[in-house]
Design a protein around this ligand. Structure first.
Ligand code: 6PG
Length: 269
């Protein structure tokens, strides 16, 4: 289970029940430190309990500062890097060389700077390797079975890091897309009309199997959407981030004061 970062107390904690616990930090840097601490804690607990830690990274810009912190002292010294399996919760259907590729960003900012086991870094297949995004999604789903060594059931990541777009999307579950309602496949590929691009993404069944699901949401640009996601009636087609409800895991929103500015607090608070 993932709970709040231990050594960087949030300015505020808001309990939104099954919509999650919101930890509000003073600014983006405090948020990044809290995210790094959360990563350290989740991986240390997982490796101590099960010998391996499984993490799914998100893309986007928010996790970059966290990655840079993890690549440096003191955090890097606290992580059992060789015992961690690195996956991604979504990916853009772009060549390996594209700066848009989520796995490339994490590799440049973190994985190239810490002693990971290369065999435990599991990026999505790219167009350089596989002709069709749907085949790539299917391959990654099969790969997860091998990575987790499971025959049945759904893989349970120890930590799933998610971002939230200002349109309410998370991973590559964009508003109005069928992937939001995918109930069987763990990974799908779909053409996102809004982006005019193909995306590969974990689906709710896989995301909601996580032991610890942590959103990183910072900046004033996310304030209105974050309030809608947490406080408006559920409408997952309009606000896909609302579909994230871990079945048997924790849901934590690490935010800064700018992103949390429009929250009126949980009902009755
Ligand atoms: C992606 C991400 C996406 C991201 C959000 C937030 O591939 O872009 O997985 O879901 O997390 O768009 O992005 P920012 O952190 O840049 O706001």
């Amino acid at each position: 289970m993932v709970d709040q970062a231990s050594n960087s107390a949030p300015a505020k904690t808001l309990d939104y029940g099954d919509r999650g616990t919101v930890l509000v930090y003073s600014d983006g840097d405090a948020l990044a430190h809290a995210a790094a601490q959360t990563f350290v804690q989740a991986m240390a607990e997982a490796v101590a309990a099960r010998g391996l830690g499984y993490v799914a990274f998100s893309g986007g810009s928010t996790p970059k500062r966290m990655a840079e912190l993890l690549a440096d002292h003191p955090y890097r010294d606290q992580v059992p890097w060789p015992e961690i399996e690195f996956c991604w919760g979504d990916e853009r259907w772009v060549p390996l060389s594209s700066p848009e590729r989520n796995a490339g960003v994490a590799t440049r900012t973190l994985l190239d700077h810490v002693p990971v086991a290369p065999s435990r870094v599991d990026p999505f297949p790219s167009p350089d390797e596989v002709p069709d995004p749907k085949l790539a999604a299917s391959m990654y789903g099969t790969q997860l079975k091998t990575i987790f060594g499971i025959v049945d059931g759904v893989p349970r990541f120890d930590l799933i890091l998610l971002g939230m777009g200002d349109d309410g999307h998370t991973a590559s579950l964009f508003p109005g897309t069928a992937a939001i309602h995918e109930a069987e496949a763990w990974v799908v590929a779909h053409y996102v009309d809004k982006l005019k691009a193909d995306r590969l993404t974990f689906t709710p069944p896989l995301l909601n199997a996580g032991r610890g699901v942590v959103f990183l949401v910072g900046g004033v640009g996310k304030a209105e959407t974050l309030a809608r996601v947490l406080e408006d009636p559920v409408d997952v087609d309009a606000l896909p981030s609302q579909v994230i409800r871990p079945v048997d895991g924790s849901l934590v929103w690490l935010t800064d004061e700018a992103a949390a500015a429009r929250l009126s607090g949980p009902q009755g608070s």
